[in-house]
Design a protein around this ligand. Sequence first.
Ligand code: ZN
Length: 301
Amino acid sequence: MSFVGGVETGGSWCVCAVGSCDGAIVAQERLPTTDPQETLSAIIAFFRRAPRVEVVGVGSFGPVDLDPRSPTWGEVMATPKAGWRNAPVARALQRALDVQVVFETDVGAAALGEQRWGAGQGVGSLAYMTVGTGIGVGLLLGREPWHGISHPEVGHVRVPHDTARDPFPGSCPYHGDCLEGLACGPALAARWGRPAEQLDPDHEAWPLEAAYIAAGLANLVFTLAPERIILGGGVMAAPGLLPRVRRELENLVAGYIQSPALAPGLEQYLVAPALGDDAGVLGAIALACAGSAYAEPRARP
Ligand code: ZN
């Protein structure tokens, strides 16, 4: 059996794995994300110990450069994470391990994993949104993550912000009260003075949170009309939040789009991820299995 590699790089942890394209993992390790040099060395050391692979999929926290013609392909771009700006993640692995690297955002990879083995099976156009430290969306239009001049940054769309109801100015260092600035985990902690997981299920935080997330999702539904949306991330673990977001989204769509996919209640349309904690690294393995050329540097045409 031949294996492929997968790496999920996150703000706090990186997960490396070797597995097969039926989703079986044969080796896996979780490493703390420190500075790029130390972290990349630890990832390389894992693959030197693990069964040999020729392709490694990397799902990286972003923003990242995914343009195969760019000299900074495979690098982390305008990240606030200390030391990681222009960290040459893909090329470091390519050089040290002599492998093909398929490079994607963490959410793009997670969307691929869910499409292959999880809650997105059988669905061609799929959006995967995570609400946690940040808000990210991976969009699969067909079987590939969508890229334009960049990967999409749906977390930074504008949503209505009633400053009388919610005077919190937003936490995004770039846009203030964009969706992420209003609704990511750190925004909740800053607004309410304690982390999301310590807020009671009947706290006033949750109707507001559901309204913001649903407003962001409505933009996505009206723009791209994906066949299904998977909604995950640490904040979405809050009891009752997913059903609240479904109700808000249904109200915002207001029956305007007629599709069997949007059956009343949206229970088949807006769903939780199915791969749990392994979503990121399985996504990276799915990326390697897809092995398509879209993330590999190519000669200029
Ligand atoms: Zn923003």
